[in-house]
Design a protein. Structure first.
Lengths: 312, 757
């Protein structure tokens, strides 16, 4: 392992705390997910993925600096799971409130940690902070919509109508909000698994098709087009795009998209590959057992390429 | 029947010893012996009496050893230097660079910043270790294998119909079948030994009828088919719906089986009922009379085996078509008994292991990532926190998209060559050039290795020990015959080194990977799979060495393994065991546990699945009026990294071509041997036209094996960025194209020459 200096004790403590709290949050989500409606199940799954990413990032930072991450979560994990299990049986709103409280603690923790870090550690913690901020605002928006709380709505950097276009708090399976858009939302019910893609995501996904496919979209029957949009919308790339392009601004952050690989591509000096058999390599002598009948005829043909090509 | 005897060896050398092994080419898993003189492989021979091949081998299997000693073998680690050249490095330098890049990407951006793309050609122990490193060590979901391009649909179809992956039948079922249906499976070129077995069966007492469903008049059709249903590309679902409709109409279904062991017959009947022979003819181009004949043969036979391969899996509505094939067998109750099997096939020699162990992004031993109890059980066995498991898999096409868009910064590419094999190739070449690319391969000059930042040289077939499981669930032990060249290491050793350098640990602060050799890995895998569907707990290296492999499940109850599944017939569809909660075949979206448990759970019965036909997303028009099918040839395997190095195979199929129908060629003014450019919406390829009647009008065929970076001849320059919603398998058999004649050459095309061997 490359020699690196150890983390400052205070930073190491903050990372340990962050890992423990994220683990508790995941435990809570695992408990809550059982009782959630299908759209919230997807939202919780994605939230869990974000938390897992934060844990992995912090664990890597600890490992890189010679430490051993403690990913057990301690007593807090069991407590969170129990609380979430109870809350989710009572109401989704209660679950969301508990989640937001935990998330706000994480925002505070990461904000402090970012301030005391530099270099790669700072970059990594900024990313964990970003995820926590996005999640906090997502939860706040849902709570504002569900409870009608003006206080919650006032915490959002944009009007509530930018988060939810309809009368109820629905969770699109791409962005987890219900944002307005031109193409209209997509919804599928029984016998299909319940599926909901908001109007804004519908628009955004249509814009994500590669040019060679985009020119064909209008030729697809409506049902095919809609199913294809849903397929893309629930894909991993499209969800990450939604976070960077849509949820970041709705959490008061700058839009964030990485640099495409092609822009980082460098000209690779040509190699001299050695295709084909090695020089001087001689074909061995196959001994092939020719059976009677169709099998034998086929084997004869198979081991005589000339005959195979003649049949083409 | 007398055993067969196929062998090949250098004329100038005599084998000093013959080492038992398994063929490393396709998914049949033929028993072979490797001939060794000194430290070199000098020949291969089939094992007479072996349960799989009885001594037979195909041209690719017989010629595979030339690759082992080829000059292009990667012998030393390479690192790209500041002037952009790959230069020799020590293992320590190379591995440390890989570990540093992984750590930096994980620390800065999280698990989505790294990806692992592996193979269908490694060994079980290697896949298991890699999957464990990815899931329990790095915590990433972005791991998949090239089996995504090959038989991902197999897994999906088996999950959707029966609750879990795992082919139900065995190769011996072909010997007991009265009717054999090959759908999109060109067995005579891709499963040559199986095809010999089928042809031998045709000479036996049952004289099975062979039905081939394929848009092309392939070697399979010409060498043994009794009926060829030459359908239009992408119309498998309509054809299968039509067959099911006729089975019901003819009364050749097993109503008792349907009632007792399946669900949703009414919905199924309502959908397939719309596919009358006339409608099927209109969609597929298959004459109604031929469809009726096929349905008669399938329905009236006492025993039927059906296979699907790339003509289904890489085509339109892949999972839907494969599920309908399963349904066809369920309708007739033809499953779980001799001669009756829906054989969803595998492509590569160990693609089954990729799926079983989780190297394809699933969790080991067919555990359901959404089922918390499955994850708790796995977390206990691995001694890691359950909270870090249960991540939704991210499939290879998505991984490459993430690379393309810049999310993934470091890609570890293991024993596969996506620079040739991946669809939408021109985009992916730029992508591979733009990520930090680690290539672990036994060849140092594959098209992908040429783009690498680090090359890790690995051992190949014959140079390491471990297991492979074939398409009938048969696990065999392969033994090391010779040392790898130079400083090349077994893939397992590279993974162990990586895990150690990354300091991956479990909850007790012990190393996450504690074993140090293949047998240790296998023994841990036995425990991980114990009690699961692919149960290996009853196998040991010793037991495997004494037999022609063992078919799982193998445990205390079945110490000698299990020939076929679902003999009871009870299916693993209940919510507590099912590998999937049933996906929407049109979107890929999955039911939640609650939805499945409350509304869909078949509780041990199989699911009859039918879907309406939908046309392909890739459409023809005046500019691109033809459909290009990409595919394989008898003499090459994948991107020729192995087979291109064998003199006989290289001579037999030296270069790419465009297969055209005479009528289309005539319209384009093309004659046999003319150089043509085939152009799609995303790229082009130049090749001589091979004119004949193998492909029907409106269709062209391009083999996908060729893709030199300096040439414009790769079939995947043409293929679209689309994939099946359920299996995420790319649609590589449908690209809208036009063909432009470039020139008539005086020189004869290579297939016109006499000296082709």
């Amino acid at each position: 392992m490359t020699a690196r200096h150890a983390l400052a004790p205070s930073l190491e403590q903050q990372l340990a705390k962050g890992i423990a709290r994220e683990m508790s949050g995941i435990a809570a989500i695992d408990a809550a997910i059982t009782y959630a409606s299908p759209d919230y199940v997807v939202m919780f799954h994605d939230a869990k993925m974000g938390k897992q990413a934060n844990v992995e990032q912090m664990a890597t930072l600890v490992r890189m600096h010679g430490g051993t991450p403690d990913e057990r979560g301690g007593v807090r994990r069991a407590l969170s799971r129990t609380q979430a299990a109870v809350a989710s049986r009572v109401s989704t709103t209660l679950t969301l409130q508990a989640m937001r409280l935990a998330e706000m603690e994480l925002v505070e923790l990461y904000s402090e940690a970012v301030m005391s870090a530099d270099g790669l550690v700072r970059r990594g913690l900024s990313r964990t902070l970003g995820r926590a901020l996005v999640h906090t605002h997502l939860l706040t928006a849902h709570l504002a919509k569900r409870t009608g709380s003006h206080t919650d709505a006032s915490l959002l950097p944009a009007p509530l109508g930018d988060y939810f276009v309809g009368g109820e708090a629905r969770a699109c399976m791409r962005c987890h909000l219900d944002r307005p858009g031109a193409a209209g939302p997509l919804e599928r019910r029984d016998p299909h698994p319940y599926t909901y893609i908001c109007a804004a995501c519908h628009d955004e996904v249509l814009g994500e098709f590669a040019p060679d496919m985009a020119v064909q979209i209008d030729r697809w029957p409506r049902a095919v087009r809609e199913a294809t949009v849903i397929q893309h919308a629930i894909g991993h790339l499209s969800k990450l795009n939604a976070i960077g392009r849509a949820l970041h601004p709705l959490a008061g952050l700058e839009p964030e998209l990485p640099t495409p690989a092609s822009e980082r591509a460098v000209i690779v000096p040509a190699m001299t590959p050695t295709p084909g058999p090695a020089r001087g390599e001689r074909a061995g002598a196959p001994a092939v057992d020719i059976a009677d009948g169709l099998e034998g005829e086929y084997v004869k043909k198979l081991f005589s390429a000339r005959q195979v090509w003649r049949a083409w | 029947m007398r055993p067969r005897s196929f062998s090949q060896q250098d004329e100038t050398a005599e084998a000093e010893r013959w080492v038992p092994s398994t063929c490393g080419i396709c998914s049949i898993g033929c028993g072979v012996e490797i001939g060794v003189a000194g430290q070199q492989i000098i020949g291969v021979r089939g094992v007479p009496g072996h349960a799989v091949n009885d001594g037979r081998l195909g041209p690719k299997g017989l010629n595979q050893y030339y690759a082992n000693r080829h000059t292009s073998r990667a012998r030393f680690p390479l690192i790209r230097n500041r002037s952009g050249r790959l230069v020799r490095a020590s293992w320590d330098e190379a591995m440390q660079l890989v570990v540093d890049r992984f750590n930096e990407a994980l620390a800065a951006d999280g698990p989505d910043a790294v990806g692992i793309y592996n193979s269908g050609q490694l060994l079980l122990e290697e896949y298991y270790t890699l999957g464990k490193i990815a899931r329990a060590g790095l915590g990433i979901a972005t791991i998949d294998a090239n089996t995504r391009l090959c038989t991902a649909t197999t897994a999906s179809a088996l999950m959707e119909s029966f609750g879990a992956d795992g082919p139900p039948g065995a190769f011996e079922d072909f010997d007991h079948a009265e009717c054999i249906v090959l759908i999109g499976h060109n067995a005579a070129e891709q499963s040559t030994v199986l095809w010999m077995r089928i042809l031998a069966a045709k000479a036996g007492p049952l004289r099975p009828k062979v039905i081939v469903v394929d848009p092309r008049r392939t070697l399979t059709v010409s060498s043994g088919a009794d009926l060829h249903l030459q359908l239009k590309p992408g119309s498998n679902v309509a054809l299968l719906n039509g067959l099911c409709h006729l089975l019901i109409e003819n009364g050749t279904i097993d109503r008792d089986f349907i009632a007792r062991h399946t669900v949703r017959f009414d919905q199924f009947r309502a959908i397939v009922g719309r596919y009358t022979p006339d409608r099927v003819e209109a969609i597929c181009g298959v004459p109604a009379a031929e469809l009726r004949t096929a349905a008669e043969w399938i329905g009236r036979s006492k025993t039927t085996v059906t296979t699907c391969l790339q003509g289904v899996y890489q085509s339109n509505q892949a999972a839907a078509a494969a599920c309908t094939m399963n349904s066809m067998h369920l309708l007739m109750g033809k499953i779980g008994r001799p001669g009756c099997a829906p054989m969803q096939f595998a492509g590569q020699p160990s693609s089954m292991n990729t799926r079983e162990t989780g190297a394809d992004g699933t969790y080991p031993a067919y555990r359901n990532w959404e089922d918390r109890n499955h994850m708790i059980d796995l977390a206990k066995r691995w001694n890691v926190p359950v909270e870090l498991l249960g991540k939704k898999p991210v499939a290879a096409p998505e991984i490459f998209e993430l690379c393309e868009k810049g999310y993934i910064k470091v890609l570890w590419n293991i024993c596969t060559n996506p620079a040739v094999s991946m669809m939408h190739r021109s985009t992916h070449l730029r992508t591979l050039n733009g990520v930090f690319l680690v290539v672990q391969d036994c060849f140092g000059d594959t098209e992908t290795a040429q783009l690498a930042d680090v090359v890790l040289p690995s051992a190949m077939w014959g140079e390491k020990s471990g297991c492979m499981t074939n398409a009938e669930r048969r696990c065999t032990l392969l033994r090391k015959a010779v040392e790898p060249p130079g400083e090349a290491r077994a893939d397992l050793d590279i993974f162990l080194d990586f895990a150690r350098r990354m300091n991956l640990r479990d909850q007790s602060d012990e190393p996450l990977i504690r074993y140090a050799d293949p047998e240790g890995a296998f023994n841990e895998w036995r425990e991980i799979s114990r009690g699961c569907i692919p149960d290996y707990s009853g196998m040991t290296y010793r037991k495997l060495a004494e037999r022609d492999g063992i078919q799982w499940p193998c445990n205390d109850r079945h110490p000698e393994g299990t020939v076929r599944l679902y003999t009871d017939p009870h299916f693993p569809t209940g919510w507590r065991i099912s590998e999937s909660y049933e996906k929407d075949l049109e979107t890929g979206h999955e039911h939640t546990l609650e939805e499945y448990r409350e509304k869909r759970d078949p509780q041990g019965r199989a699911v009859l699945i039918a879907t309406d036909y939908q046309p392909p997303l890739e459409t023809t028009d005046d500019e691109f009026p033809l459909i290009a099918i990409t595919g394989r040839q008898a003499y090459h395997w994948h991107t020729r990294t192995k087979t291109g190095k064998a003199p006989q195979l290289s001579d037999a199929a030296p270069d790419v071509f465009v297969g055209m129908n005479g009528a289309d060629a005539g319209r384009a003014g093309v004659v046999d041997g003319d150089r043509v450019r085939i152009v799609s919406r995303r790229g082009s390829a130049v090749a001589p036209a091979k004119v004949g009647d193998v492909v029907p009008t409106g269709v062209v065929f391009v083999p996908f094996h060729y893709g030199d970076l300096a040439e414009e001849h790769a079939a995947n320059n043409l293929t679209p960025p689309t994939w099946d919603p359920v299996s995420k398998q790319p649609v590589q058999k449908i690209a809208a194209v036009r063909v432009e004649r470039i020139e008539t050459t005086a020189a004869r095309a290579w297939w016109q020459l006499e000296e082709i061997r």
